[in-house]
Design a protein around this ligand. Structure first.
Ligand SMILES: [Zn+2]
Ligand SMILES: [Zn+2]
Length: 338
């Protein structure tokens, strides 16, 4: 099978390797689509330097073969059905995993494959073998949308970390891909309204068209009704200051986006105390988030919204173009379809 490997900054090669074998508790999936996330863009741009990397962790595909033990499980997707894949392994043994907080497992990175590539999702390929626990049935939908299972699980996790409940007002700082996903999920889960704060006028107009109740630039944040949950999808001091201005008394600020080495923000201790604010972080996802994300995808429930976020599709042979576009231009999601 073909697999793409990022070998250095700006370098990607397509290799031919054997289709992986599966164990009794594993599933072999023929990959249908793989989204290019920040991690892949950073690897290609040289902002992250783990080489050679078999990257691509936002994966969907069709079940090709199921190991005997996995096949005996209740609710296993049938051969031929479309699934969304959790491409990131968890160790199950570290302190966080033992506490049930698998999102912050210390051993997130993959293993060295036979061709020497380090697996970091390994979704930019034709096939993948994964434990049955990381394969989620999503019913019939656009495979590029099904490949949004992983980021959707991140967003479900983020709203859960924010203590979101139906009827809450939500404000999202940033109208990029993650801003759109937060809007889509919070609206679907009966938010009272979702407002978005963004500096870029074009992005602001796009997210207003996508159903945001109110859209403002940071200067006009005072016009928004106070929000029970504020999600910061951009890592900047300014964004965190905006969140403090947007949050209601007793509300929660979720620091979702976090570029490595982002500038430190000052935490106004008295304000957090007096207004009973909660400031929390959200990273990655846990199995319960995946359960919810798979349901959001099932049968194309959010497909009309999510399809508008597919910026471009490339075949695996043009993976370099896909990585270049994601790394160098503003996009929502670039998707590779083997
Ligand atoms: Zn991702
Ligand atoms: Zn762990």
């Amino acid at each position: 099978m073909r697999t793409a490997v990022i070998t250095a900054a700006g370098q990607v090669e397509t290799r031919e390797i054997p289709v992986p074998d599966i164990g009794d508790s594993e599933v072999l999936v023929r990959i249908a689509a793989c989204g290019i996330c920040t991690m892949e863009a950073n690897l290609y741009a040289g902002r992250m330097t783990v080489y050679p990397a078999a990257a691509g962790h936002e994966i969907s595909g069709w079940v090709e073969r199921i190991g005997a033990k996995a096949a005996a499980l209740e609710d296993m997707p049938a051969v031929g059905s479309l699934v969304a894949l959790d491409g990131l392994p968890r160790c199950g043994a570290c302190r966080s995993c033992r506490r049930g907080q698998t999102a912050i497992c210390v051993a997130l990175q993959g293993h060295k494959r036979e061709d020497g590539a380090i697996t970091m999702g390994a979704g930019l390929a034709e096939y993948i073998a994964l434990p049955a626990s990381r394969v989620w049935s999503v019913g019939d939908t656009d495979p590029a949308v099904a490949a949004m299972g992983e980021p959707l699980a991140c967003v479900v996790h983020s709203l859960r970390r924010g203590g979101f409940r139906a009827g809450d007002r939500v404000t999202v700082i940033g109208a990029g891909y993650m801003g759109h996903l937060h809007l889509a999920v919070a609206a679907h889960l009966q938010a009272r309204g979702v407002a978005v704060v963004e500096r870029d006028e074009q992005r602001l107009a796009a997210i207003a068209a996508a159903g945001a109740e109110a859209t403002v630039t940071p200067e006009d944040i005072g016009q928004l009704p106070p929000a029970d949950v504020v999600v910061v999808t951009i890592a900047s001091k300014e964004a965190i200051a905006a969140a403090l201005a947007a949050v209601a008394d007793g509300g929660t600020i979720v620091l979702y986006g976090g570029g490595p080495g982002g500038p430190p923000a000052e935490l106004p201790g008295y304000e957090v105390h007096r207004r009973q604010l909660t400031v929390t972080g959200s990273f990655s996802h846990e199995p319960d988030d995946w359960r919810a994300a798979a349901e959001l995808l099932r049968g194309g429930r959010l497909a009309a919204r999510l399809e508008t976020l597919v910026t471009a599709r490339y075949p695996l042979d043009e993976v370099e173009k896909a990585l270049k576009q994601a790394a160098e231009t503003p996009v929502y999601r670039v998707v590779v379809t083997p």
